[in-house]
Write a protein that binds this ligand. Structure first.
Ligand code: ADE
Ligand code: ZN
Length: 331
């Protein structure tokens, strides 16, 4: 099974670039930029990767992100991640980034966006990985700040395909950002949002009805509402699920409890992704392998998950078709 997972072409659609920053690289940047971390060594930092909930993780994730200061830092760590994707036969990536986490501490929007974007362009040229950038509003901040961020994204529209919604979910419903997303849609951005990870299932309905999302990131809590499950299946709205992340953030108690297999069997366009692999000890292929073991998935299920990942991507039809044709030889 591991062999099969490794060789099939796949797309990664739920990945936060800040969540790919490995401790070794974080210390390298800390030294290069003279930034002091609260931890004295790679081992000490890694041992703090033990979370009871989403907020505990986010606190550390934003803290470690402070080592990223210059454009070359954003380039270098994006490049390091692309090399990992290449090893896993990931052919297309749609990458989230949290510009507000950096602009709020004085790093310019251009430094962040250009560094990441240049690495993605090189990834296409040198590794053959196609990619899109999706800017996520931080939902613990205000809608006014989200709109200011959107205005910057509009200035750099040629580099940014979509707008998403991430960070602390509880108490920050999609409805808080309705006007910001109205404007993002008017400007032609593709729309996604995290919903129903820790937050209630109503947030999934809000993301669909108010933000008019094209994909839901996570969406585990949909399992509580039969009507929503039917709607997701009928509308073919993809759910980008992250099993290892769910385990590490205590959204589920054990991988055996993950809903992905049930969702597939209900005809929902479920996909599997890694979320923040540096923090959760789980690459994209690890997510596939561990989920397959826990839920006794067979090659047909894995094939379906990889196919869904390509179909749920924002790639133009022609490019999607090429990857799907390549996948077909593994059916
Ligand atoms: N930002 C990075 N990882 C996240 C997650 N799992 N949920 C919400 N926001 C995030
Ligand atoms: Zn996420």
């Amino acid at each position: 099974m591991k062999d099969y997972i490794e060789k099939i072409p796949k797309a990664e659609l739920h990945i936060h670039i800040e969540g790919t920053l490995e401790p070794e690289l974080a210390f390298h940047f800390a030294k290069r930029n003279n930034v002091k971390l609260r931890y004295n060594s790679v081992e000490e930092l890694r041992s703090a990767y033990n979370f009871k909930n989403l907020q505990e993780f986010l606190d550390l994730y934003h803290e470690v992100s402070k080592v990223l200061v210059k454009e070359e830092d954003f380039y270098d760590f994006t490049w390091a991640y692309l090399e990992k994707l290449h090893e896993q036969n990931v052919r297309h990536v749609e990458l989230f980034y949290d510009s507000q986490s950096h602009t709020d501490r004085g790093v310019s929007f251009e430094t962040v966006t250009n560094g990441i974007y240049k690495a993605l362009q090189d990834g296409k040229e040198k590794l053959g990985i196609s990619s899109y950038l999706i800017l996520c509003f931080l939902r613990h901040l205000s809608e006014e700040e989200a709109i200011k961020t959107l205005d910057k994204a509009i200035e750099h529209k040629e580099k940014i395909l979509g707008i998403g919604l991430a960070s602390s979910e509880l108490g920050h419903p999609p409805s808080k950002f309705e006007r910001a997303f109205d404007k993002a849609r008017e400007e032609g951005f593709r729309i996604v949002a995290h919903a129903g990870e820790e937050g209630p299932l109503e947030y999934i309905w809000e993301a669909i009805n108010l933000l008019k999302v094209e994909r839901i990131d996570h969406g585990n809590r949909a399992m509580e509402d039969p009507e929503l499950l039917v709607h997701l299946a009928k509308s073919k709205t993809p759910l980008t699920l992250c099993p290892v992340s769910n385990l590490e953030l205590c959204v589920i108690e054990k991988l055996e409890d993950h809903p992905v297999k049930k969702m597939l069997d209900m005809g929902i366009m479920a996909t599997i992704h890694s979320d923040d692999p540096a923090y959760f000890k789980g690459s994209l292929n690890d997510n596939y392998v561990r989920t397959a073991e826990a839920l006794e998935l067979d090659e047909k299920d894995i094939y379906k998950l990889a196919k869904n990942s390509l179909e749920a991507s924002f790639l133009p039809e022609g490019e999607k078709r090429n990857l799907l044709d390549e996948l077909k030889s593994f059916e």
